[in-house]
Design a protein around this ligand. Structure first.
Ligand SMILES: Nc1ncnc2c1ncn2[C@@H]1O[C@H](COP(=O)(O)OP(=O)(O)OP(=O)(O)O)[C@@H](O)[C@H]1O
Ligand SMILES: [Mg+2]
Length: 230
C-alpha cells in the first residue's frame, strides 16, 4: 500500500502541493481528480522522485521512500505511466516494452500476458512507436509500465486525447488489474465519467490541496462532478 502524508512541494517560490495526503491500497482503484494545473502531475512526479519534495512522508509497503531515487522507486515495484505517454517513437513496440524491463535482471522476458491485455501490441510488435495512434501509444505506455510486474500502477490522465473505444478497453484493463488483488492503482484523471466508473476511492485536488475524498460509490451523492467540471 502507498501512503502519502502531508506533502509539500515548491517550484521555485511557488507553493504547488500543500499538505497533500493520499492513499492507494492493493486491489483498489484510487482516482485523483482535479482541473488543469491543480498539481496532479506534480504529485505523481513527487511520488516517483522526479521532483524533490520539501516535506512530508511517502510510504510504500511500510517504508519511507521519499529520499529514494526514481530508479530505486521503480525497482521497488512502482509502475508509472506519464502524462503524454512518453513512448520512444523511433523504437519498435517490442523495444519500447523492453525499456520497461531496463532495471530487471538481464534476459528478463516481456510477459506474454501483456499481449493478452493489449492484443494490438502483438500485431504491431515490429512497428515504430511513432507509427501508432494516440490510443495505441497509450496502451503501449501502460504495457511498458506493467512489464516489470509492479505492485502499484500510477497513471497520469490515460484518456487524454484518446478515442472512446480505446478508453473503454483501457478502463477494462485497469479494473481487471485491480480485481486480481495484487496491485494498487492510482489513476489521475480529468474525465469525470471514466473516473467515477472506476473509482473505489476518490480524491479531489484544487490549487495544490486535497479538497474532498471518500469512497467511489459516494461521488454522485457528494456532487463531485461539479468540482471538476470545466
Ligand atoms: N517545471 C515547472 N516549473 C514551474 N512550475 C511548474 C512546473 N510544472 C508545473 N508547474 C506549475 O505547477 C502547477 C501544477 O502543475 P501540474 O502539471 O502538476 O498540474 P496538473 O494538475 O497535472 O495539470 P493538467 O491537468 O493540465 O495536467 C501549475 O500551476 C503549473 O503551471
Ligand atoms: Mg498533469
Amino acid at each position: 500500500m502507498l501512503e502519502v502524508h502531508n506533502l509539500h512541494q515548491y517550484y521555485g517560490g511557488s507553493h504547488i502541493l500543500r499538505n497533500v495526503s493520499v492513499k492507494a491500497e492493493i486491489g483498489k482503484i484510487t482516482v485523483l481528480l482535479g482541473r488543469n494545473g491543480v498539481g496532479k502531475t506534480t504529485l505523481l512526479k513527487s511520488l516517483m522522485g522526479l521532483v524533490p519534495i520539501k516535506s512530508g512522508r511517502i510510504e510504500w509497503q511500510g517504508h519511507d521512500i521519499a529520499r529514494k531515487t526514481p530508479y530505486e522507486r521503480a525497482r521497488s515495484g512502482i509502475g508509472y505511466v506519464p502524462q503524454g505517454r512518453e513512448i520512444f517513437s523511433r523504437l519498435s513496440v517490442e523495444d519500447n516494452l523492453r525499456m520497461g524491463l531496463s532495471y530487471c535482471p538481464a534476459r528478463t522476458r516481456i510477459p506474454g500476458e501483456l499481449y493478452e491485455l493489449f492484443p494490438v501490441l502483438k500485431q504491431m510488435l515490429h512497428r515504430r512507436g511513432g507509427d501508432l495512434s494516440g490510443g495505441q501509444q497509450q496502451q503501449l505506455a501502460i504495457a511498458r509500465a506493467l512489464a516489470p510486474r509492479p505492485q502499484i500502477l500510477i497513471l497520469d490522465e490515460p484518456t487524454e486525447g484518446i478515442q472512446p473505444s480505446i478508453i473503454k478497453d483501457i478502463g477494462r484493463v485497469i479494473r481487471m488489474l485491480a480485481d486480481r488483488g495484487d496491485m494498487a492503482i492510482l489513476l489521475c484523471e480529468q474525465y469525470y465519467d471514466f473516473a467515477e466508473e472506476l473509482a473505489d476511492y476518490y480524491v479531489v485536488m484544487e490549487r495544490g490541496e486535497v479538497i474532498a475524498a471518500g469512497p467511489g460509490n459516494e461521488m454522485q451523492q457528494k456532487g463531485i462532478r461539479k468540482l471538476v467540471a470545466i
